[in-house]
Design a protein around this ligand. Structure first.
Ligand SMILES: *[C@@H]1O[C@H](CO)[C@@H](O)[C@H](O)[C@H]1NC(C)=O
Ligand SMILES: *[C@@H]1O[C@H](CO)[C@@H](O)[C@H](O)[C@H]1NC(C)=O
Ligand SMILES: *[C@@H]1O[C@H](CO)[C@@H](O)[C@H](O)[C@H]1NC(C)=O
Length: 363
């Protein structure tokens, strides 16, 4: 996961260029007046983690469940925002040169932070002979460097063999795909449900909106000749990014109070869109389009009625995609072209992993 200081390095280079974004106009225009409340003009120092986690302890927040079908819709919607389609990127690996090493898997686990390491550790527990296990020591070394040390992004000891091992595992071993899914649930889906419950949000579309916050974002800039991806974590729940994390947006949005859930979600999405438009880089403002698509799902009482349960197909206008809920999430047909889907491909049973942020340990 990223730190805000790393983001700030990107920001410094990019300058403030968001005024031209079509979804950052009018009430969302990044004017000094609109942006002052976010405090982006001052780049904070990199925040070093004080315990062995970069996450808040959210064990005291209420829990709520999500149906398998609604979880599927939420994941597919977010995948459209990230990958432009509903094919899950289990075998995606790329060095985005964004100070986070290799970004990989359906959620964008990164080698320069702790989460790719967590995936490989968990995979090792499930099958001790696997193509990725030989990178465990290097991932451990990187993950144990101070959070603010930029050499965490080093790929010199991973390189192409790591990329190949990730792709091979994701394309040939469903245990690895299930490992990614289980960690994605523990790190993103279940925390999202907790933050939603805490905010009085219980509809399926509301859960999907909260889930969509945490994901690593991959923006595909449409270019007929090349695909260019940029990433940034939008609003995670890590205390090392205090200006853009979920607590900050909840605080700025204010409590739900007597508002209907629909009215609260619209307020929340508007705040999030304002924030994205004000982040002084050339990446965040361009993702205001996804907030626009989410807003469209609930903007009127007719659309709220149609979409609140996520039981109908969902149209994401700016991305030109419709999520039906019947899509196959089982295999990464896009990044596994070199491989054939193994016969009898099926997932092992899901494993409930603990939500991070509650480990008590000392460095
Ligand atoms: C770790 O430290 C952060 C920041 O002080 C705090 O928010 C979090 O709850 C701590 N987690 C644990 C398990 O102590
Ligand atoms: C960062 O870590 C490297 C080891 O990879 C070390 O040599 C270097 O001194 C560290 N830099 C800082 C500023 O701590
Ligand atoms: C698309 O990418 C190519 C190759 O990098 C570049 O020459 C071209 O200018 C890009 N087009 C747009 C519209 O950005």
């Amino acid at each position: 996961m990223k730190s805000f200081a790393l983001l700030a390095m990107v920001l410094g280079l990019a300058g403030h260029v968001s005024s031209g974004y079509p979804f950052c106009q009018g009430q969302f225009a990044p004017t000094p007046q609109h942006c002052a409340k976010f405090g982006f003009e001052k780049h904070p120092p990199c925040i070093e983690s004080t315990n062995c986690t970069t996450f808040y302890d959210i064990s005291h927040l209420p829990d709520q469940a999500i149906s398998a079908q609604a979880a599927k819709m939420a994941q597919l919607i977010t995948n459209v925002f990230e990958n432009g389609n509903t094919i899950m990127g289990y075998a995606y690996v790329v060095n985005l040169k964004d100070n986070r090493g290799y970004t990989s898997g359906y959620i964008g686990f990164t080698s320069g932070t702790n989460d790719a390491y967590t995936v490989v550790q968990e995979y090792n527990k499930r099958t001790n002979k696997n193509a990725l296990s030989k990178f465990t020591a290097e991932l451990s070394r990187l993950s144990n460097l101070p959070f603010c040390n930029s050499t965490r992004a080093s790929i010199s000891k991973l390189g192409q063999p790591y990329v190949d091992a990730w792709v091979e595992s994701a394309c040939t071993d469903s245990v690895f795909v299930q490992t990614q899914l289980d960690l994605g649930h523990a790190m993103y889906l279940r925390p999202a449900l907790k933050f939603a419950a805490y905010s009085g949000v219980t509809s399926n579309v509301g859960k999907a909106i909260f889930y969509g916050l945490y994901r690593r974002q991959m923006i595909l800039l449409k270019n007929s000749t090349v695909d260019i991806f940029y990433t940034i974590i939008e609003h995670g729940w890590q205390y090392v990014e205090p200006k853009i994390n979920i607590w900050r947006i909840l605080q700025l949005t204010g409590p739900r109070g007597k508002d209907s859930e629909q009215a609260y979600l619209l307020r929340f999405l508007n705040m999030r869109r304002s924030l994205l438009c004000c982040v002084p880089d050339n990446v965040s403002p361009s993702s205001a389009d996804r907030v626009s698509d989410l807003t469209d799902l609930i903007a009127t009482s007719a659309s709220w009625e149609r979409n609140k349960d996520l039981s109908n197909p969902v149209r994401l206008a700016q991305y030109g995609a419709t999520v039906k809920g019947s899509e196959n999430m089982g295999y990464d047909t896009k990044n596994c072209k070199k491989y054939k889907q193994p016969k009898n491909w099926h997932f092992p049973k899901a494993v409930d992993l603990p939500i991070p942020g509650t480990e008590s340990c000392h460095r």
